[in-house]
Design a protein around this ligand. Structure first.
Ligand code: ADP
Length: 169
């Protein structure tokens, strides 16, 4: 079912496929929290115009971190990655919008912050791959998977932003 602006766009005769509306799981990693970058990072997604559907400060378990990064379990850096992600609270977010997954990856920048373009979060705010301050889902399917992994039933909010008509014609 279409919800929010997508259904209104359809009512107005515009073609907005429900399938185009994606969700991305964005997470401020423990270094981003410790370095006081929470507001700065959230602000970039807010200003871009995506819709915040879920948000919490959370200390995750090793099991959850391992499940989240299961595709990397054979990498040599996997144990230190799990130590890093569980080393303090993270900020978990679900952001929604058309094209949000790929766009968030662009806003975040390359995995290695030294190679990330200026203007991106990692390009502006970090120097090392192992301390790259933020995570963003790499596909819409992983967006769904990660949001259901990190958020419980009822933790996401259905709401409409007054900005929407000023962001989407
Ligand atoms: P991204 O987070 O940009 O999608 P990956 O999925 O390849 O990147 O890796 C997940 C996370 O694992 C990275 O964000 C980073 O924190 C960590 N990581 C990746 N490669 C390395 C590495 N060579 N050394 C240490 N940590 C790494």
């Amino acid at each position: 079912a279409r919800s929010g602006w997508a259904s209104r766009a359809v009512q107005r005769g515009r073609i907005v496929a429900a399938a185009e509306v994606e969700q991305s799981y964005i997470m401020i990693k423990p270094d981003g929290v410790q370095r006081g970058l929470v507001g700065e990072i959230i602000s970039r997604f807010e200003k871009k115009g995506f819709l915040l559907k879920g948000l919490k400060l959370f200390q995750c378990s090793k099991d959850l971190a391992q499940e989240h990064y299961k595709d990397l379990k054979d990498k040599p850096f996997f144990p230190t990655l799990i130590d890093y992600i569980t080393s303090g609270p993270v900020v978990c977010m679900a952001w929604e919008g058309v094209g949000v997954v790929a766009s968030a990856r662009k806003l975040i920048g390359a995995t290695n912050p030294l190679q990330a373009e200026p203007g991106t979060i990692r390009g502006d705010l970090a120097v090392q791959t192992g301390r790259n301050v933020v995570h963003g889902s790499d596909s819409p399917d992983n967006g769904k998977r990660e949001i259901s992994l990190w958020f419980k039933e009822g933790e996401l909010c259905e709401w409409e932003s007054v900005q929407t008509p000023w962001l989407i014609e």
